[in-house]
Write a protein that binds this ligand. Structure first.
Ligand code: ZN
Length: 147
């Protein structure tokens, strides 16, 4: 399948389609992973498994396994969630304006399965100036072997 094909479906439509194909998803995911990816919940800061994670590897979408971020772009922002300066090149990380909680933020979702990931802010340290603030519960670290 052509990865660069325009997919006009909303994240909710993608989630519904993915759930239809994977009826065991709710049983497979931890409750917090379900709430964050499917219901756009946010885990409490400093509670996730990866905010202080230092191991090297690739962070994939916990729902569909798509590689989204790498430890090379992860940094300690102090905000209590895993923070990245950028997604992996060409990774399907979608964004849209989110006006919940009475503020305008930019939501990020997995472009493949529609999973909510977190938000992106413009106070990052890298050349892009962006900080991808992602729930640990939405990610799974595929660790690289040492060496
Ligand atoms: Zn996904």
């Amino acid at each position: 399948m052509d990865q660069h094909q325009i997919d006009a479906r909303s994240p909710e439509e993608k989630r519904a389609a993915h759930a239809g194909q994977h009826p065991d998803l709710r049983d497979r995911l931890e409750p917090m992973s379900w709430q964050c990816t499917q219901e756009a919940a946010t885990e409490r800061p400093f509670t996730g498994g990866y905010y202080d994670e230092k191991r090297s590897g690739t962070y994939a979408c916990v729902v569909c396994g798509e590689a989204l971020f790498t430890s090379e772009d992860k940094y300690d922002s102090g905000c209590g969630w895993p923070s990245f300066t950028t997604p992996i090149d060409d990774a399907p990380v979608d964004r849209r304006t989110d006006i919940s909680l009475g503020m305008a933020r930019t939501e990020t979702t997995c472009g493949s399965c529609g999973a909510h990931l977190g938000h992106v802010f413009d106070d990052g340290p890298g050349p892009s100036g962006e900080r991808y603030c992602i729930n640990s519960a939405c990610l799974v670290l595929e660790e690289l072997p040492e060496g």
